[in-house]
Design a protein around this ligand. Sequence first.
Ligand code: DX5
Ligand code: ZN
Length: 220
Amino acid sequence: MIEIAPSILSADFTRLGEQIEAAERGGATIVHVDVMDGHFVPNITVGLPVVRSLARATRLPLDTHLMISDPGLYAEQFAEAGARMVSVHVEGHPHIHRTLASIRKQGAKAGVVINPGTSLGALDEVLQFADYVLVMSVNPGFGGQEFIPTSVEKIRRLRRMIDERGLDVRIEVDGGIGRENIATVAAAGAEIFVAGTAVFGQGDPAASVRGLLSAAAQLV
Ligand code: DX5
Ligand code: ZN
């Protein structure tokens, strides 16, 4: 099932509730929250207090993408704060198996994130302990970057890897998603589409989400 997960990174932070409501009216079913610490990535965004407030402001599941060092120290807290999906990067995380288990223990879905420069081999031992894989199609840190075209083939190979192992793992994709590429990426096997600029950068978030959903349904 195709789902659109608007990234609030590109929203107007003075009226987040309204902007999320508008995206939901357009058919968004997940809210993507980019958590950056200025260390794992060269940018700083929001943390636990914002997740707690958003959990009260919307019924949509919150998907927290942790771009932070030592995610093992914080992942569980994000689930406790109300995130129903929590994802951690494979890069530089020696205890990812334990972190994924701690997220699930809180009743949230556990995700593994993989950067554009990281090979799918890095997922080998953790795939079976994840509910979803978030494939970065830009280098994390900023919204509004251009989609890296080799991500399509990477998603196709990941889909095959998941299917061959008979696992129930969904693929989410993040970075540079828009009406022009969403159908191709969906055909490769991604199901959850994070979109920041394409949802909040054009004025009307509801219409933008509708546009993405209809573009995703086109045959390629
Ligand atoms: C990038 C973030 C993305 C970002 C996507 O580090 O993980 O979620 O908000 O923004 P767009 O859709 O503008 O590429
Ligand atoms: Zn993200």
